[in-house]
Design a binder for this molecule. Structure first.
Ligand SMILES: [Zn+2]
Length: 64
């Protein structure tokens, strides 16, 4: 199994907000989180921000 760098981890976490990660990707993330507190925090923050953004009202399309 390959270990992710912090950069790869961040990329996967943000992709995971938009699509379903496959099993290997999820495992790799978990393993990284086991030894990297920074990414664990960052991923929680990303998920939080994403939810916060979703709660904002949709910007209206200007059609005229
Ligand atoms: Zn990391």
């Amino acid at each position: 199994m390959k270990l992710l760098s912090c950069r790869e981890t961040t990329r996967l976490v943000s992709q995971g907000l938009d699509r379903e990660l496959d099993r290997g990707e999820r495992v790799a993330l978990r393993v990284h989180f086991l030894y990297c507190l920074g990414c664990r925090r960052a991923s929680r923050q990303m998920a939080f921000l994403r939810r916060a953004v979703r709660m904002l009202p949709e910007p209206r399309e200007e059609s005229s």
